[in-house]
Write a protein that binds this ligand. Structure first.
Ligand code: GLV
Length: 322
């Protein structure tokens, strides 16, 4: 019987099915599994079901000659050396689709919260600063209008398109840049430079790959329209955090909503944490009960397919089947 290691207890109802098909072991402890824990748990296993917090690099893979499949409960696969897997003909499962609307909702929540200073206002009230001598005035907690503004979407995949649908309801002008040209009703495709220069709001929605790492570097951030609100629900590593913090300090960037960081959990000395106009979230783009259960179910279904010698329903490196 194949041995499969699961790096976290999963929601959804399908894990017991996997237990019937293989010799399953699950890391049950709270918190993140360490690299050593992953290595020890995976030793001798043919299958791995992992999270985006598990680093599956070439060194780990080299130590696992028996490995036959990997299934990640995530749409992004930047935590995995996909090329190394593909070279060995190992299929990699992921969970696209089911998290699209949930993640688009998160992007919109951060955009509205950053533009209208919701987190800052919440802290203000809780701190007892809302007093008769310090209260409603014409300029009290004024922010930026989302309605009617121009939204620039960097990466018009499924999540970018779902954000565009929401933006249409806010009567926004929607422009987008995508690596490969696309046609989406209501969205005007533009060059990246034009998007940076003319958007009042920018939403980052590309996957993290060697090409998109550092896409919004200091130079591109300096091209942003003064007063812009930037939202990143894609991956840290795409936006230069130090350059963004500096642009917030100078006021070029008015506010930001940041759900993803180059290092997660984020370090307490990350400059973005010090800025009052940054709305922070701990990588919760897809975090609803229903969506996480659906993601887990797909991750299990990908593993079940691999165990029965079938192609995974959602494979990130389908070339292994050719
Ligand atoms: C979330 O970031 C995911 O990749 O699923």
């Amino acid at each position: 019987m194949s041995r499969v290691f699961v790096t976290h207890q999963l929601p959804g109802e399908r894990l017991p099915l996997l237990a019937q098909q293989c010799d399953l072991s699950i890391w049950e402890q709270p918190g993140l599994l360490s690299a050593q824990g992953l290595r020890a748990g995976l030793a001798g296993c043919q299958g791995l079901v992992c999270l985006l917090t598990d680093r599956i690099d070439a060194q780990l893979l080299n130590a696992m000659p028996q490995l036959e499949f990997v299934s990640s409960m995530s749409v992004g696969v930047d935590h995995i050396d996909v090329e190394a897997l593909t070279r060995r003909g190992i299929p990699l499962g992921h969970t696209p689709g089911v998290l699209v609307d949930t993640t688009a909702d998160t992007a919109f929540a951060l955009m509205l919260a950053a533009a209208r200073r919701v987190a800052e206002a919440d802290r203000y009230v809780r701190a007892g600063n809302w007093r008769l001598d310090n209260a409603w005035a014409p300029d009290f907690f004024v922010g930026k209008d989302v309605s009617g503004a121009t939204l620039g979407i960097i990466g018009l995949g499924a999540i970018g398109q779902a954000i565009a649908r929401r933006a249409a309801g806010f009567n926004m002008r929607i422009i987008a840049w995508n690596r490969s040209p696309m046609q989406v009703p209501g969205v005007e495709m533009v060059a990246l430079e034009e998007l940076l220069q003319s958007s009042d709001f920018v939403s980052v929605n590309v996957a993290l790959t060697p090409t998109t790492r550092g896409l919004l570097d200091a130079q591109r951030i300096s091209m942003l329209k003064p007063g812009v609100v930037l939202v990143n629900t894609a991956r840290g590593g795409i936006v230069d955090e130090a350059a963004l913090a500096q642009a917030l300090d100078t006021g070029q960037v008015y506010a930001a909503g940041v759900d993803v960081f180059a290092q997660e959990p984020v370090a307490m000395d990350n400059p973005l944490l010090a800025h009052p106009r940054v709305v922070l979230a701990p990588h919760i783009g897809s975090a609803t009960e229903l969506t996480r259960a659906r993601m887990a179910n797909i991750a299990v279904d990908n593993a079940l397919a691999a165990l029965s010698g079938e192609p995974m329903p959602f494979c990130a490196n389908p070339q292994v089947y050719r």
